[in-house]
Design a protein around this ligand. Structure first.
Ligand code: IVH
Length: 705
C-alpha cells in the first residue's frame, strides 16, 4: 500500500466515524423524537457520503453503522428484568370452608397435624407488586411483576417513593430482594384525580390504577410527584435470611426501614385466622386504602420451603378474598363475542352503574344456559330465573375480574319482555353455530375463515403472557387486521420489510406527506424485532391451542425443552398410539389435552401458519432445571403405593425439583419406581420390565432427604 493510500484510509476512517455519529444523531432526532434538525436533503447527502466511503473501504464499515439499520433503536422504554426468583400469584379462598381445606392440604403435604402449624394473617393490599433488590444494603434495582418471570425495570421510579429506603438500616445481608405492594391512600387518590381533572388530564378509575399508572412513568419525576406508598410483605432472592419464620423476617424488614402492615398477626388455629379475617373485614372501610382480602402464610420458613410451589402459586399461602360488591342496573342488551376457538360468549350491556368505585357497563353472562337459568349440569340456578333484555339485574365485581350478573329482580321485569334466544349462527361470519354433546359453549363452525376467530387468535398471540409485543395490543391488532395488514402471526414479523418495500404504509402523514407517527412506528418495529427470539413456553402458549393455558405451556416446555422435540412428539402421536400414550403419561396431561394438541399439529392450516411463523421467530430452548449432582435428573419416576414419611405430593415435588419427570404409569421408558406398602399392578409391571424399584427409605436415601 502506498503512503497516500494509508493516508486516504486514515482520513476516511475519521470521516466515517464523524458521519456515523452525525447520521445516528439525526436518525434519533427524526425517528425517535419526531424532531428532525436538518432538511431531508442534507440528511440524505450525509448518508450517501457515508455509504460511499463504506463501499470504498469495506473493512472500515462498522457493524453498528447507521447505514445497516432501519430507523433508530426504540425510544428508551423500561428495560426488562428477569426475576431470579419468580414473582408468584396466590390461590384464592372465598369461604371459611376453603380456608379449612387449605390448612388441611398443608397438613397433609407436610404429614403434620394442623394444630402444629402456625400461620401469619395480614391484609391483601390492592395495589401493584414491586420487587426491590438491595446489595450490601443499597437499593440497586426495582422491577414490576410483569408476567412473574420477567418484569420492567422501574428503579428510578422506586427511588422516588418515600416509603422505599435507599439504604437499609442495620445489618443487611449481601443480597436481599424485598417484595411488596405499591398503593395509594383514598384521600391522596381523590386529590390526585381532582388535580388531573383541573388540568384536563385523564382520570384514574381507582387507587390501584392510579398507583400502577404512577409507577410506570418513563419520567420518574412524575412518579415522585404522585403520593405513592409501599408495604413490604415478602422477598425474592436473598443471600441469607434474618429469621426462620415469616413473622420474624417481616419484623426485621420493619427494623431495616420498610413500612410493614400493622395488622399482621400470628395465628395458631383456623378459628384465630377466621376471626382476624372478619375483624379486618369490619375495619376495612376505615383503613384509608384498598384491601381485597387477607393473606395467610405458613409461619415456619423451613415448612414454606418444603411446601414449595404448584404452577404459579405457593402451597404455603392463600388469599382469603372479601365478598364482592354488588349493585342493581338494567340489562340493556346482550352482545355475542366470538372467541379464538369459536366459542360464543354472551356479554351483558348494562346501564352504567358504579360498583365499589368503578363504573361498570358490561358483564359476562358465561353461556346460553346461564342466561336461561341453568347450571352446567342442567340444574336450575337463580331458582331457574332466566335473564331477559330490559330486566333489572344484580351485578357484582370482585377485584380485577370481569363483573358478573348474579341475579334478576323479577318484580321489575317489563310486562312485554321475551325470553332471550341464543343465536344459532355466528354473528360475524354467519356460519352455523353448533353445540356439541357435553359442551357448554356453542361454537361458530367457520374456523379460520371466520374473521372474528382469526382476530382473536392474533390478540391472544400478542397478549401479555404470550408474545407481549409493546405497542401491539388488542386495539392495534383489530385495526391492523381490519386494514388487511395482518392475517396471521407470521405477518407481524414482515410488517417492517413490507413497509420498507412500500407494500404497506403504517405512517400517518401530514399534508406534506411527512409521517406524524414515525416514533411509534419505529418503536413498534423495535418491539417486534425483540421478539424474534422468545421463550419456548411463551411460544407454545401463543399458538392458542385449545386447553393449553400458560401453566400447561410451561409444563410442555419443561418436559420437551426444545420446540422440535415437542412438535415431533405431537406430530408423531397422530399416527402412533405409543407416542400418544407417552404424552398422556406426562404428569398433568390427560387424554383431552393430548388430543387437542395432537389435533392442532395434524391440521394443515396450523402446520402452514406455524411453519411461516418459524421462518421469523426462534423459540428458545427451555432450561433444564438446575440439578447439579442430582441422581434423578432427566429420569422418569413413578410413585405407587402408600408413602409414610412424606406425602405423595411432597415426594413428587422433590423429584421434580431434582429434574426428574414424574409419571403416573409404568412403561419401558420408566427409570425408577418408588413403591410403598400396598403397591400393586404398577410395581408388578416394573418388576416384569426389569425397572429399578426402591422403597420409600431407599428413595429418601437416594435423594439425600
Ligand atoms: S404474598 C409468594 N402478601 O397479591 C406469595 N401478596 O394475588 C407472594 N398482595 O402478586 C405474595 N398483598 O401483588 C402477598 N400481604 C400480601 C399481599 C400480596 C397484596 C398481592 C401481590 C401478589 C398478589 C397475588
Amino acid at each position: 500500500m502506498t503512503g497516500d493510500g494509508a493516508g486516504d484510509k486514515k482520513r476516511a476512517g475519521a470521516e466515517i466515524a464523524r458521519l456515523m455519529a452525525a447520521v445516528a444523531a439525526h436518525d434519533r432526532a427524526y425517528h425517535r423524537d419526531d424532531a428532525p434538525e436538518i432538511p431531508d436533503a442534507d440528511y440524505d447527502a450525509l448518508k450517501r457520503r457515508l455509504i460511499e466511503l463504506e463501499v470504498a473501504f469495506p473493512d472500515l464499515a462498522a457493524p453498528e453503522s447507521p447505514t445497516r439499520r432501519v430507523g433508530a433503536a426504540p425510544a428508551e422504554g423500561f428495560g426488562k428484568v428477569r426475576h431470579r426468583v419468580a414473582m408468584l400469584s396466590l390461590g384464592n379462598a372465598f369461604t371459611d370452608e376453603d380456608v379449612g381445606d387449605f390448612i388441611e392440604r398443608v397438613g397433609r403435604f407436610l404429614k403434620l397435624s394442623t394444630e402444629d402449624i402456625e400461620f401469619t394473617s395480614e391484609p391483601k393490599i390492592d395495589g401493584v407488586s414491586l420487587s426491590l433488590r438491595y446489595e450490601t444494603g443499597v437499593l440497586v434495582e426495582a422491577a414490576t411483576r410483569g408476567d412473574g418471570s420477567e418484569g420492567e425495570n422501574v428503579t428510578a421510579n422506586a427511588r422516588a417513593i418515600g416509603d422505599i429506603p435507599e439504604r437499609l438500616t442495620g445489618d443487611a445481608p449481601e443480597v436481599f430482594e424485598v417484595r411488596g405492594e405499591v398503593y395509594m391512600h383514598h384521600a391522596d387518590f381523590a386529590a390526585l384525580n381532582a388535580a388531573q381533572e383541573a388540568s384536563g388530564a385523564k382520570l384514574f378509575a381507582n387507587p390501584r390504577n392510579a398507583a400502577a399508572g404512577s409507577l410506570r412513568q418513563l419520567d420518574a419525576s412524575i412518579t415522585a410527584a404522585r403520593p405513592l406508598r409501599f408495604f413490604a410483605y415478602a422477598w425474592g432472592e436473598v443471600s441469607s435470611l434474618p429469621a426462620d419464620t415469616q413473622s420474624g423476617v417481616i419484623a426485621e424488614l420493619g427494623r431495616w426501614g420498610f413500612k410493614v402492615n400493622p395488622l399482621l398477626r400470628r395465628c395458631a388455629s383456623v378459628a384465630e385466622m377466621l376471626e382476624h379475617y372478619h375483624r379486618i373485614g369490619e375495619d376495612r372501610a376505615a383503613l384509608g386504602y384498598d384491601i381485597d382480602g387477607v393473606v395467610y402464610k405458613v409461619d415456619r420458613l423451613d415448612w414454606q420451603q418444603r411446601l414449595g410451589f404448584r404452577a404459579r402459586e405457593p402451597r404455603w399461602a392463600i388469599a382469603h378474598k372479601f365478598p364482592p360488591l354488588t349493585a342493581f342496573t338494567v340489562l340493556e342488551g346482550i352482545d355475542i363475542q366470538v372467541g379464538r376457538t369459536g366459542a360464543m360468549s354472551p356479554v351483558a350491556r348494562l346501564a352504567p352503574v358504579t360498583v365499589g368505585g368503578v363504573v361498570v357497563s358490561n358483564a359476562t353472562l358465561h353461556n346460553e344456559d346461564y342466561i336461561a337459568g341453568r347450571g352446567s349440569g342442567g340444574e336450575p340456578i337463580r331458582q331457574g330465573r332466566d335473564l331477559r333484555i330490559g330486566d333489572t339485574v344484580e351485578i357484582y365485581r370482585a377485584g380485577d375480574v370481569i363483573p358478573k350478573v348474579l341475579d334478576v329482580d323479577l318484580a321489575r321485569r317489563p310486562a312485554d319482555s321475551q325470553p332471550y334466544e341464543f343465536p344459532h349462527q355466528c354473528p360475524i361470519c354467519k356460519s352455523p353455530a353448533i353445540r356439541e354433546e357435553g359442551e357448554v359453549a356453542r361454537r361458530c363452525t367457520g374456523g379460520l375463515t371466520c374473521p372474528a376467530q382469526a382476530v382473536e387468535r392474533l390478540k391472544h398471540f400478542v397478549s401479555r403472557t404470550a408474545f407481549d409485543i409493546e405497542g401491539l395490543g388488542a386495539k392495534q391488532v383489530e385495526s391492523f387486521s381490519a386494514g388487511g395488514l395482518i392475517a396471521e402471526p407470521a405477518d407481524i414479523f414482515t410488517l417492517e420489510a413490507r413497509q420498507g418495500l412500500g407494500e404497506i404504509d403504517l405512517y400517518r402523514r401530514d399534508d406534506k406527506g411527512r409521517p406524524t407517527n414515525a416514533k411509534s412506528v419505529e418503536n413498534l418495529f423495535g418491539a417486534i424485532a425483540e421478539r424474534r427470539s422468545v421463550r419456548l413456553a411463551r411460544f407454545i402458549f401463543a399458538l392458542g391451542i385449545r386447553h393449553v393455558g400458560e401453566t400447561t405451556a410451561r409444563m410442555f416446555a419443561r418436559h420437551y425443552l426444545g420446540w422440535s422435540a415437542f412438535a415431533e412428539a405431537m406430530t408423531a402421536a397422530a399416527s402412533d398410539a405409543e407416542t400418544r400414550d407417552r404424552i398422556i403419561a406426562i404428569d398433568g396431561v390427560g387424554a383431552v389435552l393430548a388430543d387437542a394438541v395432537i389435533a392442532f399439529f395434524a391440521d394443515a392450516h396450523n402446520q402452514g401458519a406455524v411453519a411461516r411463523l418459524l421462518a421469523h421467530v426462534r423459540p428458545e430452548d427451555a432450561e433444564a432445571p438446575k440439578t447439579d449432582g442430582s441422581p434423578v435428573a432427566g429420569k422418569t419416576v413413578v410413585f405407587t403405593g402408600t408413602l409414610e414419611k412424606v406425602s405423595r405430593a411432597e415426594a413428587k415435588a422433590q423429584a421434580e425439583a431434582l429434574g426428574a419427570r414424574v409419571s403416573g404409569s409404568v412403561s419401558a421408558r420408566t427409570d425408577l419406581v418408588v413403591a410403598g406398602p400396598g403397591a400393586g399392578s404398577k410395581l408388578k409391571k416394573a418388576l416384569e420390565l426389569g425397572i429399578e424399584t426402591l422403597d420409600e427409605d431407599g428413595w429418601l436415601a437416594l435423594i439425600g432427604g
